[in-house]
Design a protein around this ligand. Structure first.
Ligand SMILES: [Zn+2]
Length: 492
C-alpha cells in the first residue's frame, strides 16, 4: 500500500510591533512555491522540505506538496495572505492523507489568528479527524500555544541558533511520521511554560550557557527515558500574544503525566536561569572606539546591528551604526544592507560609475535612525539574485531585490530593495565584495550571521543601535500578553 503524505511549509515570524503588514507579495519576495515548483526549489537544499521529499522517495510515499512559503519577519500577516496560504494546505487534505508533515515557524500572527499555527492545525483536524498523525517542525523561537500542543502529534523545534539543523529536524519529523503511520507509536505532546517572556538565553547555542545545558538534559531524556522529542522553545517576545515566551514541549507515546513531569522539570530550570544571557551589546560609540583603537589585522571586524535585525522583524534601514562607521572614516569597510528601494532606483537612474548625493535609510520609522545624506559613487548595480552556499539554507535560491553598491569614503554600502538579514557570504560576494578581504564588515543580524561570519572574523562586536528588535522588552507596550509576567511586572 502506498501511503499518501501531505507536506507543506508555511513560515513567518511575526513582529506585531512592526508597522509593515505581511501580504502575499512579502511571501513572494522570500518564496512562495506551489505544486511541482516546491520540488524544483527545494530538492537537494538544507531545508525541512528537502528532508520531507527525500523521506517520501526513500519510503515510497506519494507526496502531496501544495506549497512552501516563507516571508522575512515583519508585521501582522494579512487576512488575504492567510486565507490563501492556510486554504491551500487545508484543501490538499482532501482526500484524507495517511499522514501530514508541516514545516512551520511557531510565532506567526495574522489579522484573524493570534495563534496562526494552532489555527492551521485546527482547520486540518476538522478535515482529517483526530487519528491522522501530524508532525510539525518549528523554529526554535516558536511561541507554543496549548492548542498547538494538543492538536499536533509531535512538535519538533530546531536545536541550533544560528539555525543550521532544518534538514535534520525535517528527517526526524518524517521518521516519526513513518513509525506513527505504521502504528508503532501514537505520539502526544504536552507543553509547560512560566510567567516569563524571556529565557533560554534566546536559544543561543554558540557559547556555553543555559541553552546548551538544557539541550544536553533534553537529549538525556530522549536517550534514557524513551521520550520521542524534548523541544526547547526560546519563544519570540516581539509577538504580542497571550502565550508568547519560552516553553518546553515533550512528545511521547503513551501517558501524558510522565511527559508533563519532564516538561515541568526542565521549565523549572528555564525559569530559574531566565536572566542569564551570553550576549554583550556595545553602543555605536563603544564599537567605533574598539575598531579605531586597535591596529590593522588580516581578518575583518564584524559589527552586527542586532537591534535592526530584519530576521526579527526590524526594518533593515536604521542608520545609526552605518552613520557611526562613516563618521569614524573607516577604510576598506563594507556594510549590508540598508533596505531602501528609492535609493536603489536613484543609483540605477544615475548609472554605474556616477557620483550621487542622496538620503539613504531611516524611511520606515526615523525614530530608529533618521535618513542620512551621503555622497558616493555607484560601484555596482544588479538584481540581487544569489544562491546560499553557507551553513544556513545551502542550495536555496534567494534575492535581495534590486541592489546598488554605493562607495562612500572607504565604505562599500549595499543598498537593497528587499529586507533580509545577512547570514551568508553571498550577500556580499554576489555584489562583488569579498568579505574576507575587508578590514571591517557591518551587517544587519543578531545571531544567525555567526554561522558564516564568526569563522572569518577577527572579532565579532554586537551593537545595540536602539532600533526595533531591542532585547529590552520593557520598552514595548503589550496588550494581549498574559500578565503578570517577567520582566515587565516587577516579578523578581
Ligand atoms: Zn529563530
Amino acid at each position: 500500500m502506498t501511503r499518501r503524505v501531505l507536506m507543506a511549509q508555511v513560515m513567518h515570524e511575526t513582529n506585531t510591533f512592526s508597522q509593515l503588514p505581511t501580504d502575499l507579495d512579502a511571501f513572494r519576495a522570500r518564496y512562495l512555491h506551489l505544486g511541482d515548483d516546491v520540488v524544483k526549489a527545494f530538492r537537494g537544499t538544507k531545508s525541512e522540505t528537502a528532508a520531507f521529499l527525500d523521506a517520501a522517495e526513500e519510503k515510497g510515499w506519494t507526496a502531496i506538496h501544495p506549497l512552501a512559503a516563507a516571508a522575512t519577519p515583519s508585521g501582522i500577516v494579512t487576512k488575504e495572505a492567510w486565507t490563501f496560504l492556510a486554504g491551500e494546505v487545508v484543501k490538499a487534505a482532501t482526500p484524507r492523507p495517511d499522514g501530514i508533515l508541516l514545516a512551520l515557524h511557531g510565532a506567526m500572527v495574522t489579522e484573524t489568528a493570534d495563534d496562526a499555527e494552532g489555527d492551521l492545525l485546527a482547520r486540518l483536524r476538522a478535515v482529517v479527524g483526530p487519528d491522522v498523525p501530524i508532525m510539525v517542525t518549528l523554529d526554535l523561537h516558536a511561541n507554543i500555544t496549548d492548542r498547538m500542543a494538543e492538536l499536533a502529534s509531535a512538535l519538533i523545534p530546531y536545536r541550533t541558533y544560528p539555525h543550521v539543523d532544518q534538514y535534520e529536524r525535517g528527517r526526524q519529523a518524517a521518521d516519526l511520521l513513518d513509525r506513527a503511520m505504521k502504528g508503532e507509536i501514537r505520539p502526544v505532546t504536552v507543553v509547560a511554560r512560566r510567567p516569563t517572556i524571556d529565557g533560554m538565553d534566546h536559544g543561543r547555542t554558540t557559547s556555553p550557557g543555559p541553552m546548551r545545558d538544557l539541550l544536553e538534559k533534553a537529549a538525556q531524556f530522549e536517550r534514557e527515558h524513551g521520550i520521542l522529542v524534548v523541544g526547547l522553545n526560546a519563544g519570540f517576545g516581539w509577538a504580542d500574544i497571550a502565550e508568547a515566551g519560552p516553553s518546553v514541549t515533550v512528545t511521547g507515546s503513551g501517558g501524558s503525566n510522565r511527559l508533563k513531569q519532564i516538561a515541568e522539570e526542565l521549565m523549572d530550570e528555564v525559569w530559574e536561569r531566565r536572566a542569564e544571557s551570553t550576549a554583550h551589546f556595545l553602543s555605536v560609540e563603544e564599537a567605533m572606539a574598539r575598531v579605531k583603537g586597535e591596529p590593522a589585522a588580516d581578518k575583518p571586524w564584524v559589527l552586527a546591528d542586532v537591534t535592526d535585525n530584519p530576521g526579527g522583524g526590524a526594518y533593515g534601514d536604521a542608520t545609526r551604526l552605518l552613520a557611526g562607521m562613516i563618521e569614524a572614516d573607516l577604510q576598506n569597510a563594507a556594510f549590508c544592507p540598508i533596505t531602501d528601494p528609492e535609493a536603489v532606483a536613484a543609483c540605477r537612474a544615475a548609472g554605474p560609475g556616477a557620483t550621487v548625493t542622496l538620503p539613504i535609510g531611516g524611511k520606515v520609522d526615523p525614530a530608529f535612525g533618521a535618513p542620512i545624506t551621503v555622497t558616493g559613487s555607484v560601484q555596482y548595480l544588479g538584481n540581487g539574485d544569489f544562491t546560499f552556499d553557507g551553513p544556513m539554507w545551502a542550495g536555496l535560491k534567494n534575492s535581495m531585490g534590486d541592489v546598488a553598491v554605493l562607495a562612500v569614503g572607504g565604505i562599500e554600502i549595499v543598498l537593497a530593495s528587499n529586507r533580509f538579514q545577512v547570514t551568508d557570504h553571498q550577500h556580499f560576494l554576489s555584489v562583488g565584495i569579498d568579505p574576507r578581504a575587508k578590514a571591517v564588515i557591518g551587517l544587519k543580524s543578531s545571531q544567525h550571521f555567526r554561522a558564516a561570519y564568526q569563522p572569518i572574523a577577527r572579532e565579532v562586536l554586537t551593537v545595540n543601535s536602539g532600533a526595533l528588535t531591542n532585547p529590552d522588552y520593557t520598552l514595548f507596550t503589550y496588550r494581549k500578553l498574559r500578565r503578570p509576567i517577567w520582566p515587565l511586572d516587577g516579578i523578581a
